[in-house]
Structures are given as structure tokens and as C-alpha cells.
Design a protein around this ligand. Structure first.
Ligand code: GTP
Ligand code: MG
Length: 371
């Protein structure tokens, strides 16, 4: 059987004119990993330097025309813009591309992340959370389209029909969203009871958090002996897992949880949709913030994670920074990092080589959980 043809992408990265070439390329890199995680082929990269998005098409009308022509020439299926773009602007770009490909899709960064989530979701809860997040994100777009269609309809007798359809759709949409929210609430209750039961049993709990692809699941598997999927893709993990680590020094078990990774420009709606998955972290005694020490964007990613933790009300939670993948980092650089983050009980580890795992284990078992 022949492989299905990969969907062909144009990637558009919008950066401030102040960015150097290297910075602009780094910005595009994350978008490239997202597209490759999705399974798409990156056919054309466009870096646009501008301070502010431009009116109707976000990327400027001249650029939008150029891109539309490229859609035809390069047989493009999907255009993705590395930003959160308003629905009308996406729709305008799509319209410009119709003469070249009537099935063209135009996504913003959130659409791309949501499509990846959708492909990776395995549990019914994750599927529902994603559906809710998609509806919240796409909702305005559907209404927007509805308005455009009813304007297009315009002729005698058609306008009313258009409006009725939009109104019906809107009502149906709202009802479905309410239903999903109430199902998720039920699941959240169940999960909260579970968390509480464990807490009452007196298990110390540790939650692994961090940017996507930092090596959280790899560390989780190592500490708990589980075999969850670790992969060089973004958002390999979407649900949350809890495992046990035996603490020899105190003859007890410590609960370790692994969960979804974070990424920059995650809209609050998405974080909100995943609240119940993140519940284990919310109730943990301590957070292990796993960081890919070999990543050139490490510092920015630490800040992104800190911001999301703070949105989740976890700003003051006790935490340790765990710098992973040190097999890929030079010794001098590592010293600099450990010095810079000395107030976060930093650990340098490599899940691959085993470096630093024993000291980390001892720090976890010696952690003053009850104080
Ligand atoms: N070189 C090196 N690679 C590592 C190390 N630890 C993990 N990795 C690799 O990093 C990639 C991501 O690992 P995961 O454990 O799936 O990362 P994650 O943080 O759970 O990622 P998501 O669930 O996708 O957010 C995999 O390809 C791992 O093999 C390490 O110590 N050194
Ligand atoms: Mg993972």
C-alpha cells in the first residue's frame, strides 16, 4: 500500500523587526517541529518582519497575494501562521487562495496545536477537553463565516434564511459546549476525589511539569518503572499518569505524576480546558520542573512554564528545577546554569546516560513533604 501523501504546508512566522536572523530562524524552528509532529511537509517558509499585524489579512495584502500564488505553484494544502490570528483575517487569506486551491486551509498557531492534540488524544477525557478547546477557538470563526455567507446570500428572500441558519448553528453550538462542559465537570469531580483519597492515605506527591519535549515522561518512566510513550515529538503526552516510586530511606511510596507539556502562546482557554488533567499538579506537594538544558531557547521556555504555572495558581508551590539532557551540554555551560538557578534546588541529570539520577532520587526522598 502506498503511503498517503503528506499535507503540504506554508509556514509563516511573524517576528519583530528587531529580531536578528538567528532569532527569527529559532522562532520558525518551533513551528517546524509542530508541523513535523503533525505529520505535514514543510514546503515553504516565510519570515515576515513587522511590528504590528496588518488589517484585513494580518500579513499585509501584498504578501497575502504572493502567498496565494505560491499555494497554486507549490500545491499547498495548509497555510499556518505562527501567531494567534483573528478569524476574519484567516478567512480573508483563505478567500485570496481559493482561485489557486479551493480546499486550502488557513490555520493559526492554536489551530495547529489543536490538530496535534486531536491526533494524540487517547483518553475520552483528553478528547473531550480538546473538543471543548476547539469549539471555543473555532466558534467565533464559524459565526464569522455565517455572517459572511448571509451577506453573500444578500438577494431577495435569502438573507433571512442565512440569519436563521447562523442562529440555529449558534444555538446548537452553545448547547453542545454546555454538554461537554458538564461532562468534564463530572470527570473533574471524580478526579478530585481520587486526588483527595490519595492525599488522605498520606502519600507524598510529586508532579513533573515542564515545556513540551523536555523529557518529562522519560524521567517519569525512569522513576516509576512505567512505560509511557516518550518520543521526540511535541505533545506526546496529553493525559496524566500517576506512578509510584519506592523510597527506601523511609520505607514508603511516593506518588509521581506526569502530565501534558506546556508551550508558548498557549491561549488561556486551552489551559483551562486541561485544568482537570493538570489537577494532579495542582495538588502535588512539590513540582519537578523538567528543563531541556541543551535547548538554545531554554531560558525563554523556563519563563513560559513559570507563567503558565502562575496562571494555574501554582506560583508559590515548592519546586525543584531539573535540568535534563546534560549529555548534550558542555560542562562550563552547565556550571553557569546551575549557578544562575541556584535558588531552585537545581539538579543536572540525563535520563539517557543516568547522570545525576541518584542525587535527584535522594533529594526527592529527603524532601520535607509535610512542612
Ligand atoms: N539526549 C537526551 N535526550 C533525552 C533525554 N531525556 C529524554 N530525551 C529525549 O527527548 C525526547 C522527549 O522526551 P519525552 O520524555 O517524551 O518528553 P516530554 O517532556 O514527556 O514530552 P511531551 O510529552 O511531548 O510534552 C525523546 O526523544 C527522548 O528520548 C536525555 O537525557 N538526553
Ligand atoms: Mg510526555
Amino acid at each position: 500500500m502506498s503511503k498517503p501523501r503528506k499535507q503540504r504546508f506554508i509556514l509563516i512566522s511573524i517576528v519583530s523587526p528587531a529580531y536578528t536572523k538567528v532569532e527569527a530562524m529559532e522562532d520558525l524552528d518551533e513551528l517546524k517541529s509542530l508541523v513535523s509532529t503533525y505529520g505535514g511537509a514543510d514546503v515553504v517558509d516565510v519570515i515576515q518582519r513587522r511590528m504590528h499585524p496588518s488589517g484585513g489579512t494580518y500579513i499585509g495584502s501584498g504578501k497575502a497575494e504572493e502567498i496565494a500564488e505560491m499555494v497554486g505553484k507549490k500545491k499547498i494544502d495548509i497555510i499556518v501562521i505562527n501567531a494567534i490570528v483573528n478569524p476574519t483575517q484567516l478567512y480573508h487569506i483563505q478567500q485570496l487562495c481559493w482561485p489557486y486551491n479551493p480546499n486550502i486551509e488557513v490555520w493559526d498557531r492554536v489551530d495547529l496545536i489543536l490538530h496535534i492534540f486531536n491526533n494524540h488524544a487517547t483518553t475520552s477525557e483528553a478528547k473531550m477537553q480538546i473538543k471543548l478547546a476547539r469549539m471555543r477557538h473555532m466558534g467565533p470563526r464559524i459565526y464569522g463565516l455565517g455572517e459572511s455567507f448571509s451577506q453573500q446570500g444578500g438577494g431577495v428572500g435569502t438573507k433571512g434564511l442565512g440569519e436563521t441558519n447562523v442562529e440555529l448553528m449558534r444555538r446548537h453550538w452553545k448547547e453542545e459546549m454546555r454538554q461537554i462542559q458538564s461532562n468534564l465537570k463530572e470527570m473533574e469531580k471524580g478526579r478530585a476525589q481520587q486526588v483527595e483519597r490519595r492525599h488522605n492515605l498520606g502519600f507524598p506527591t510529586v508532579s513533573i511539569v515542564g515545556y513540551t519535549n523536555a523529557g518529562k515522561t522519560s524521567l517519569f518512566n525512569l522513576l516509576t518503572g512505567k512505560k509511557k510513550l516518550e518520543a521526540d515529538i511535541l505533545f506526546a503526552t496529553l493525559d496524566s499518569s500517576v506512578g509510584k516510586m519506592y523510597d527506601r530511606d523511609h520505607n514508603r511510596e511516593i506518588l509521581i505524576s506526569d502530565t501534558i507539556g506546556f508551550i508558548k502562546k498557549l491561549p488561556p482557554d486551552l489551559v483551562d480546558a486541561f485544568k482537570s488533567t493538570l489537577m494532579e499538579s495542582i495538588h502535588a506537594d512539590v513540582l519537578l520542573h523538567v528543563i531541556d538544558a541543551s535547548d538554545p531557547k531554554m531560558e525563554e521556555k523556563i519563563q513560559v512554564v513559570e507563567m503558565i504555572l502562575s496562571d494555574l495558581g501554582l506560583k508559590d508551590k515548592r519546586k525543584m528545577y531539573v535540568f535534563n539532557k546534560v549529555d548534550l551540554v558542555e560542562k562550563t555551560r552547565l556550571h553557569e546554569i546551575l549557578e544562575k538557578y541556584s535558588q531552585f534546588s537545581p539538579h543536572a541529570i540525563s535520563v539517557h546516560s543516568g547522570d545525576g539520577i541518584v542525587p535527584l532520587y535522594h533529594s526527592i526522598t529527603a524532601f520535607p513533604f509535610w512542612f
